[in-house]
Write a protein that binds this ligand. Structure first.
Ligand code: NAP
Length: 657
């Protein structure tokens, strides 16, 4: 290491767990691991009590190791064996990391020299009709970008169609004040393109948008995107094995494109839900949805109403409260919000330096954060049938969480029990999406903020009228009222085999798919962030996207290598999967009778959120299984390739219990 002074200064300031992991990886010194590990009590950086002298010892050894190895100039050391990795990982997060997670963690952090999520041809690509195969991706957000990078690696031609004038999807559209990621940034990024330059642990929207833009440029994807074109319809021609995609240009003109495979990457949260409140249209002042923020409206000194208290509201409210004259928050149901000490923190200079200069430091930090936010809470979100307080919580662990959060909120509210009673939900934690407290409760204590919990009766030209006859005169209304998540793929008309539309298959709001990726009746159509793939117990949606992208790449490889013109998931496989998925959801917090949320449709079925652990979904999507599909070749009827795989046998592999 060339600059020892800078290195020592950085180590003195940087997180201890990634330092320790790098040291053990470079030296194989398990003794120091055993010495430090008992002082690490959890996966978050603030859950350690390593004595200063021991920290110094780790730093000294690391300086030595980095000098000895001149490691910057050397290729990666071989990966330690699985048992050593398990011991290291468990020590690094102060918990036992089960053996079954090791391959997933190695993959997610890219600890090995290979890119394990790249899909390679199984046949010599020379001679395969790769260049004749055309893919259309709808959406130039994070999902479309991840898909495009992998298709490009495989040499498969593709076009991305994007309704907006530039890239970014949800991170372009949501420009409300305070918009930020609430998943730790160092793993809210592609595994193949980690970013060591995040300024905060949970960055603000502009920085995330810049990361997406930079990634588009780095992988030279932008030139494959057609901007300002909205897909209105996609129609499958079974004989040709092709989709015809109709699009509307910004100038109003229409045109169509033909492709072999169609991939939707449109997100679940892009069609704002406008509440059907009587009189909404009568309001004379500015009124806009958080995802359609009107930056031309100056909120300074205005009387502002904000309807809704979900993830968007909890970021918007505290960001605008100091400048408005009054802010009236209209809460229909309270949400649970957790405190995280790192939520508002900048990445410390020491961590920043280590991420930039110390090999593997970023990988181990990513591991730590992935573990902190992955499957840890999953077991506590399962209903215990014998639990004594089923209305309030699901089981002992869930109840403990209820108590911990309640204690935290009580402190934030300075013991204001009347306010506490209004903001603590009467349903179990995690019933709706768990929020990160963005100083929401402190905001409610401000003299210019009012929390209104009486139902809204109607809106008039200048006011919001409550059912108890209270009237709030306001200048601006902000609708933080969420999205039409269950209306997946709307308003596009997707017409599959036999002229059946996706709305006929799914109804207005009951989407279903195999693995959330593919649906019977819609050959050669693949979805990223499709039905039941939202993450609500933990994880990063980018992780899920990468699972889906790999699976789709394998499916396309199968089509091209085998010469299939159509590939359609079997109905029995799809049905068995969804049956088990519904069964799994039935025992989880999302279906708790006391909760309404965007995870469920009008019939109370969970359509949006995944019930599986990250590990389960990773396993389920790791290998495309041709026998679960019907494949057709030009001029031949579609059939199941190879031995028909029994749906029942397949179902046995799923983690139902
Ligand atoms: P949301 O969670 O669906 O919240 C909508 C809010 O509006 C709820 O409080 C809801 O009340 C209220 N509401 C809806 N219709 C209403 C009506 N007619 N009258 C009164 N209140 C009404 O929407 P969101 O806050 O936009 O968040 C949606 C999702 O986007 C999040 O769950 C998250 O996944 C994502 N998101 C993520 C981040 C991030 O930090 N990464 C930030 C923002 C959003 P009820 O609860 O009673 O229905």
């Amino acid at each position: 290491m060339r600059d020892e002074t800078a290195l020592r200064a950085a180590l003195a300031d940087a997180d201890i767990a990634p330092q320790l992991m790098v040291l053990v990886q470079l030296t194989g010194d398990l003794e120091i691991l055993d010495e430090v590990a008992p002082h690490i009590h959890g996966a978050w950086s603030f859950l350690e009590s390593v004595p200063p002298a021991l920290k110094q010892k780790v730093a000294d050894h690391l300086v030595e190791a980095l000098q000895d190895c001149a490691v910057l100039d050397r290729p990666a050391p071989p990966l330690p064996p699985s048992e050593t990795l398990q011991r290291m990982m468990s020590g690094g997060v102060g918990q036992t990391v089960p053996e079954e997670y090791i391959p997933l963690l190695v993959e997610e952090t890219r600890l090995g020299p290979e890119d394990p999520r790249a899909v390679h041809w199984q046949r010599d690509p020379v001679g395969l009709p790769i260049q004749d195969f055309r893919v259309v991706i709808i959406g130039a957000g994070i999902a479309g970008l991840g898909m495009a990078v992998r298709l490009k690696e495989m040499g498969i031609p593709f076009t991305i169609l994007e309704k907006n004038p530039t890239v970014g999807g949800t991170w372009l559209e949501n420009q409300y004040p305070g918009c930020a990621v609430d998943t730790p940034n160092h793993f809210f990024s592609f595994s193949f393109n980690p970013n060591n330059k995040w300024s905060r642990h949970f960055s603000q929207r502009p920085e995330i948008h810049r990361y997406i833009e930079d990634s588009f440029d780095k992988y030279d994807i932008r030139r494959h995107v057609r901007f300002n074109v909205e897909v209105t319809e996609a129609r499958f021609d079974e004989a040709a094995g092709r989709w015809t995609v109709a699009l509307r240009r910004a100038d109003g003109g229409v045109e169509s494109l033909s492709c072999n495979a169609l991939i939707t990457a449109v997100g679940q949260l892009n069609r704002p839900s406008i509440p059907p409140i009587p009189g909404l249209d009568d309001f004379r002042g500015p009124m806009f949805h958080t995802a359609r923020w009107d930056g031309s409206v100056d909120l300074k000194g205005k009387r502002v109403a904000m309807i809704g208290t979900g993830a968007s509201a909890v970021q918007t409210g505290p960001s605008i409260a100091p400048e408005v004259e009054t802010l009236v928050v209209f809460q229909r149901t309270p949400h649970w919000a957790m405190h995280n000490p790192n939520y508002h923190k900048a990445v410390s200079p020491g961590n920043f330096w280590c991420l930039e200069h110390i090999p593997y430091f970023g990988k181990w930090l990513r591991f730590q954060l992935f573990w902190a936010g992955s499957d840890g809470f999953h077991a506590s979100l399962q209903r215990d049938p014998d639990w004594s307080q089923p209305a309030l919580s699901l089981n002992e662990a869930n109840h403990k969480m209820r108590e911990l959060i309640t204690d935290y909120v009580r402190k934030e509210l300075d013991g204001d029990e009347a306010l506490l009673a209004k903001v603590i939900p009467q349903y179990p934690p995690y019933g709706k999406r768990m929020l990160r407290d963005n100083y929401w409760y402190r905001m409610l204590k401000r003299p210019n903020v009012v929390l209104e919990t009486t139902p809204i009766e109607r809106i008039t030209e200048h006011a919001i009228h409550m059912r108890d006859s209270t009237v709030h005169e306001v200048d601006v209304i902000i609708l933080a009222t969420g999205f039409q998540a269950s209306k997946m793929l709307a308003p596009m008309e997707i017409v599959g085999r036999g002229g059946n539309t996706i709305r006929q298959a799914w109804g207005d709001d009951d989407p279903r798919a195999y693995l959330g990726i593919t649906a019977p009746g819609f050959p050669n159509l693949f979805m990223i962030y499709g039905p039941n793939t939202n993450l609500a117990h933990g994880g990063s949606i980018i992780f899920h996207h990468e699972c889906q992208v790999r699976y789709i790449c394998q499916a396309l490889r199968e089509m091209i290598e085998q010469g299939y013109s159509t590939l359609e998931v079997r109905q029995d496989i799809h049905d068995a999967y969804n049956h088990l998925l519904d069964e799994k959801c039935a025992g989880m917090v999302w279906t708790h009778p006391g909760v309404t949320s965007w995870y469920k449709n009008k019939a109370n079925r969970v359509t949006v959120t995944s019930p599986w652990r990250l590990l389960d979904y990773w396993k389920l999507t790791q290998h495309f299984v041709p026998e679960e599909f019907r494949a057709g070749k030009p001029g031949q009827a579609a059939r199941v390739p190879g031995q028909e795989r029994e749906a029942v046998a397949f179902a046995g592999q799923l983690p139902v219990s």
